[in-house]
Design a protein around this ligand. Sequence first.
Ligand code: IVH
Length: 708
Amino acid sequence: MADPTGGELPPSLPDAAAEHARLADEIRGHDRRYYQDDAPTVSDAAYDELRRRLEALEAQFPELKTPDSPTETVGAAPSDAFAKVRHAVPMLSLANAFSDEDVAEFIARVRRFLDLKPAQELPVSAEPKIDGLSASLRYENGRFVRGATRGDGTVGEDVTPNLRTIADVPDRLTGADVPDVIEVRGEVYMSHADFRALNERQTEAGKPVFANPRNAAAGSLRQLDPKITAERPLRFFAYAWGEASAVPADTQKGMVDKLRSWGFATNELMRVFATAEELIAHYHAIEERRASLGYDIDGVVYKVDRLDLQRRLGFVSRSPRWAIAHKFPAEQATTVLEGIEIQVGRTGALTPVAKLRPVTVGGVVVSNATLHNEDEIARKDVRVGDTVVVQRAGDVIPQVVRVTDPDREGRGPAFAFPRECPVCGSHVAREEGEVVWRCTGGLICRAQAVERLRHFVSRNAMDIEGLGEKQIEAFYEAGEVREPADIFTLKARDEQPGRLTRLKNREGWGETSAANLFAAIEEARSREVNRVLYGLGIRHVGEINAKRLLRHFATIDALRETARAATPPDPAVKGDKGDDAWREMIDIDGVGAVVAQAVVDFFQEPKNDPPLDALLKELTPSPMPAAASDTPVAGLTVVFTGTLERMTRDEAKAMAERLGAKVAGSVSKKTDLVVAGPGAGSKLAKARELGIETLTEDEWLARVGEGG
Ligand code: IVH
């Protein structure tokens, strides 16, 4: 099955699960940056694509749809800086439509769900989708008592004093039919004019400017000091409600009219229509006025108008079945591509960035845009000097869409993607089926250094207590730890005579903590060799592959010698199977060409030699622990699921492996044992279905003789 974004879905559950976990993580990160930090780093379009991919994976493999999946949650958990407010009625999100067909399909779906006859009308409202942040305002006996942000949809942040500073938020509701209790919901936003003026004031005051009105509104509302919010010209459109002791209208439009009669600002472009065609026509009418509205909108929201039908339709996980957001395509502009710069990310990925003659796209000046990867540059045939179309969609990272005149005479040469890392000069490698080139200079590349060092000292690698992210960063910045070996020479350098400030006298350190750190480092010199290899952070060499490789090679030196000698098969030569050294590697159980290639790339990069030699000189690794063969679980494949109460997942895994068991992530016919804690869901169900033995955590501990 292909997903709606056009990508192929992984064929097997483990692959899908791995991709799902990666995507979910990425999406949660974006959610946090968007909702909590007000500082998104991807375009809405790119974000939507990640979400669609996740949804497609879950449609294919429903067992991946856990309650904490981003498809089941909205936004991000509220920040600790504010008191929390539990929304009496959750604040949900909207499903998206990107085309006229999606809209027609929405109407058809609703009609099917309600079993409407062709002659029965289905009035649907259409109104602008305001690009701000939603808020919920609670009124009791007509008085504003509390206001909150959406937060994660269930719990938001109490920003009552800040909301009180907004002129569009009435302190008292007036007029007829005001319910005793009502939570009015809507969007806090900033107008274009106010946004520009605010940024001018920020500039004059030497303060950072906001990237767009949405970020400015979010940053202003989530101020700890309401006096600052009061200086920021925020506005509020009311368009929905949460808890209400009475709902004095039968339709969405009727309620919005009530909201207006009680003193709220509501959007004047809201209309009710009977067909998908009319909705789409109104969408285009709103789109045409988009630039002159004076505030940012990013689409049109359609809502089934009759409230009784809304009730019948209900919700699907995170969004109402009775509403959908029809998004606008991204805004575009034309400018000249002045250069292409390659940036190296923390994982070594090389990303081409377009350097543009500055141009305003949808109200924001754009001078950089992503070109994604080598294939994209080639596909669009983008060349320096070309005039290009740039697009952003409420964005932070704009994209280059296409070249306006690919047949122009005197164009420059096609872009030659570098084969060397622009940061450290190591060669770059690209895996089969992958689009990104990565720097292989894992140990020496500045762009990757801190991330690599963090991995090196992490729990499952060298496990050096007292060397966390902060300390690593500080040592790196001070020039004291640039590569793994430097960690082991820290102490000697610290004790050198003439040293200006010894570690124990530095901020954040003391006699004990410094001594503890040095002791932890000493202890790590003899870590098991498989942990050292894992700590090197070679692509695809995780804990398991490190063990597989070393069960065969025993030492890093032996592995390195073979990897250096290995010649992978030449794809141009039919039937080529690579040389002996290559085959020795891929013949190891569980090690395939992808892993072998990554290992070869790493050890054949000469720039990795000095730091690796320096590191190995500092270490006396202990041999890899032999797999146990005479334990009650030796040779069994075990799956842990649910919450473990007496040990962490990592501990459970380590224990099982120490006892000679294999630990798998998902249940299949090959599973021998499932250890299930509270909250175990689909994996436990699957185990029962397959007749696999299941144990509680206590039973497991008793079985392996570590209970009690
Ligand atoms: S209705 C239960 N109407 O879009 C449905 N939402 O992507 C409640 N938004 O969280 C939402 N303009 O922050 C609705 N006219 C509008 C809107 C609107 C902007 C936001 C809102 C919501 C998000 C969903």
